[in-house]
Ligand binder design. Sequence first.
Ligand SMILES: [Zn+2]
Ligand SMILES: [Zn+2]
Length: 282
Amino acid sequence: MMSAEGADGLRVTFWGVRGSIPTAGAEFARYGGNTACVEVRLGDRLFVIDAGSGIARLGKALLDDGTPHVDLLLSHLHLDHVVGLPFFKPALTPGRSVTIHCGNREGETAEAGLARLFSPPIFPVTLDQLPADVRHVGFRAGETLSFADGTRVDTHPLNHPQGATGYRFSHAGRTLCYLSDLEHDPAGPDPALVAFVRGADAVIYDAMFSEAEYCRCVGWGHSTWEAGTALADAAGIGQLILFHHDPRHDDAAMDAFAEAAVAARPGTVAAREGQTLVYPPA
Ligand SMILES: [Zn+2]
Ligand SMILES: [Zn+2]
């Protein structure tokens, strides 16, 4: 349900904050174990970013509240960002519609990639057998997406194996960016990325590692909270939101991450599953 607070502004709710693999257990309960899924509301205009395991619970909520249509924006097709899609109830329900927007890779449309997931024996239902009206929109990262109601969403290519797309939403004088998954340049913030996020009120950022861990993970396609704070400072953003948590980081480790990041850049938060952040109209 839409709460009165922030109904006209920009709101983000985290349904999955974990990277790589869903992670269960009491020691992960406070930050949450589902993989990437974020609900963004521009006023009452809904976008869903990524279809990790967290999208299953969001799907039930959207079914229960009668939401007729969902625009789903995928950052890329790695399994932790699509594993929940076969269990997303709005796509499995006649009379509902879902449009899946995803940047195409060189030589293959995103729809063709998804069709390999929706394929026996991996999953018994193929994409064209889904009961809802499911449509696919491909684009090239860097283009601006335009929607029938006039909403526009900017995109940007991210440095990640097989590529990924960053998104930038603006509404009521507020701006939110989603940057997951990406690997930073150890030499410093990428000027093109700085330009893309410049002045944003909030940036959701792939902070899977600390710099101390990163040296063992170079080339995996992920970044650090330290690189996140450097980007945030260079681009003059408001709030940095750490995201795509390492499945090896339990709640105690996440607390330590968040504490270090807040000490370096006050106002930073580590996203928790179930958390809603509200940015009222500016
Ligand atoms: Zn990922
Ligand atoms: Zn990935």
